[in-house]
Design a protein around this ligand. Structure first.
Ligand SMILES: Cc1cc2nc3c(=O)[nH]c(=O)nc-3n(C[C@H](O)[C@H](O)[C@H](O)COP(=O)(O)OP(=O)(O)OC[C@H]3O[C@@H](n4cnc5c(N)ncnc54)[C@H](O)[C@@H]3O)c2cc1C
Length: 556
């Protein structure tokens, strides 16, 4: 990626075939698909790439076992199609970014024989529906095997379990990588660029966008023959900006997650809790040395503050503790995050269709020409983009061409192997943990970050003692990934904010001063950036009902 300043020069006042609004999974995938088809594309994002829902997922690449149950119970053919497409998309996600994804086995422990039979049959259907996209076959596990794989599982009354395979991915990094891949393909992208209005042609149709640079306050125009609205849970705001009379369609729902030290429940597999008290599923998934637990489901108003509350933590721990031999308490929680699912009603509000769409909806607004892509999930982002860009080609009046994203290996993925990290250890004097971290966050591009250590050996130092990330990664994120705030680095580029809120507070001054040197921040601006970030993390700890400092000897 180029720097923000360079990218502003490339897009302000310029004309594009397509402008995509929203740099989450959906918008970034749309922009990449279009650019690869030769459509001159610009992507604009109001915050950071993946700054909204796309870094708040459970990080599972899945068809969705819950949706399977709904499809069977409702005998819903369309639901089956949605499921099958998602199952097939899993393979594309796994193959196109091998550094950011992996296959993962999910264990469903069972305490009743009827549940074992129900799950076993259901998961066989899941395998069968996946067809050639099957990852590995589901199987019944004895009580001994289940406890061998999950030794801290509650053994009382345990009969065994059923194991099945899906995938796991690093959502924030996957999103940044989509944008990297877009710029490598010749597209343009700018973060912290909010669309505030549209330019119109004589016929009233959209002919461009008005953008406010949120870091400088400046406003500029960008011309575009077609505009795609990929703004996720807040899509209605852009739809209504285009045509004020359209009714709302988004029905966002908040989902929260927490992270715990992995030693509370050591496991290499994911745990699936099949039925919560509100009839949902809950996951506990190993994640970079932590246990990621989620999620909740509460309808919220668009724009509502999305933080993990004490009630969210109590809900998740209450369910998790049924399955654990040793009980976990809120004091064990090291961090968390919450996001809004971009659920979309199948029809406009007021037309009698209250039902949520099964999957995603592409809407073409006849009055303005705006194309909105709403709903879906991370696993289907590529397929959603493929369909959206078919619609864009129709709107542009050009012949429809095939999407090439199905087999397009993303930035940092080409030539990547599971032992690629060893090369980093050979190149520089870094720990194995750091080499692993670089490989799993940046893929082959980790070498570029590491090369910065040749200019300045101090950049090979860790940012903080308890996390493997090194200072060179901060510099790389600013120079090559458009990171513009401390949170961009700690939350989405390096993952330290997920590892531990309190560790992220410790890391903030180091990251702030490295960013200041790169971006030319004044001392006052650096101080404001660091204190602002620390205040934000304090707010997250307060909302979760957790102490700002560890009171006990226990470390995060
Ligand atoms: C709790 C939870 C768990 C989930 N777990 C999974 C999972 O395990 N697997 C899975 O496949 N899916 C999962 N999902 C679903 C998945 O995360 C979402 O479907 C996906 O991230 C949506 O991406 P998006 O790009 O549509 O929306 P977003 O990521 O929200 O992106 C929209 C972007 O538009 C930008 N924007 C808004 N207004 C403007 C404007 N005026 N100008 C410019 N930009 C603007 C926003 O800043 C935002 O970045 C989960 C979702 C949630 C909430």
């Amino acid at each position: 990626m180029k720097s923000r300043a360079e990218e502003i020069k490339n897009i302000a006042g310029k004309q594009f075939d397509l402008c995509v609004i929203g740099g989450g999974a959906t918008g970034s995938a749309c922009a990449l698909d279009a650019q690869l088809r030769g459509i001159r594309t610009v992507l604009v994002e109001a915050g950071d790439y993946a700054g909204a829902t796309s870094s708040a997922a459970t990080k599972i690449i899945h068809g969705g076992v819950r949706y399977l149950e709904e499809a069977i119970k409702g005998a819903d053919v369309q639901e089956y199609h949605v499921l099958v497409r998602a199952l097939q998309e899993r393979v594309c996600m796994l193959e196109n970014a091998p550094h950011l994804t992996r296959k993962l086995e999910f264990l469903v422990p069972s305490y009743k024989w009827i549940d074992v039979a129900y799950l076993d049959i259901g998961l066989k259907i899941y395998d069968w529906l996946a067809g050639p996209g099957r990852i590995s076959p589901s199987k019944f596990l004895s009580e001994e095997e289940t406890l061998r794989r999950m030794p801290e599982l509650n053994p009382k009354g345990l009969l065994g379990g059923v194991a099945y395979a899906d995938g796991q991915f690093d959502d924030a990094r996957y999103n940044v990588t989509l944008v990297q891949s877009l710029t490598v393909a010749g597209g343009n992208a700018l973060n912290y660029a909010r669309v505030t209005d549209f330019q119109r042609g004589a016929d009233g149709k959209i002919a461009g966008i008005v953008v406010k640079d949120r870091l400088t306050g400046e406003t500029f125009m960008v011309g575009a023959k077609v505009v795609v609205n990929a703004t996720g849970p807040v899509s209605d705001a852009i739809r209504q900006l285009a045509t004020p009379t359209v009714r709302r369609r988004m029905r966002p729902s908040k989902g929260a997650h927490i992270l715990l030290p992995l030693d509370v429940f050591p496991t290499e597999d994911a745990l699936l809790i099949p039925k919560t008290e509100d009839g949902r599923v809950l996951f506990a998934v190993p994640w970079y040395g932590r246990l990621l637990v989620g999620t909740t489901d509460d309808e919220v108003e668009p724009g509502a503050e999305l933080v993990v509350t004490k009630a969210d933590i109590d809900y998740m721990l209450r369910h998790l503790n049924h399955y654990l031999a040793r009980q976990v308490t809120p004091d064990d929680v090291v961090s968390g995050f919450a996001g809004a699912r971009p659920l979309v009603a199948s029809g406009e509000e007021g037309d009698g269709t209250k039902k949520l769409a099964r999957d995603y909806v592409i809407e073409i607004d006849g009055a303005s020409g705006l194309i909105s892509i709403m709903g879906g999930k991370w696993t289907t982002h590529r397929a959603m983009a493929e369909d959206t860009i078919h619609a864009v080609q129709r709107a542009l009046g050009v012949p429809q061409t095939e999407s090439s994203t199905r087999n397009h290996v993303l930035f940092g993925g080409l030539g990547f192997t599971d032992d690629y990290w060893k090369q980093f250890c050979r190149d520089q004097a870094i720990s194995e943990a750091t080499a692993h971290h670089l490989a799993t966050k940046f893929g082959t591009a980790g070498g570029e970050a590491l090369a910065l250590g040749r200019e300045n050996a101090a950049l090979l130092e860790p940012i903080v003692a308890e996390h493997p990330a090194i200072r060179a990664e901060v510099v790389y994120s600013v120079r090559k990934e458009m990171a513009a705030t401390i949170e961009d680095v700690l939350a989405r580029r390096l993952g330290i904010q997920l590892y531990s809120w309190r560790t992220a507070i410790e890391a903030a001054p180091v990251v702030g001063s490295l960013m200041a040197a790169e971006l030319g921040w004044s001392d006052a601006a650096t101080h404001t950036a660091i204190t602002g970030y620390v205040e934000k993390i304090h707010h997250l700890l307060d909302a979760a009902g957790l102490p700002r400092k560890r009171s006990s000897a226990k470390a995060d």
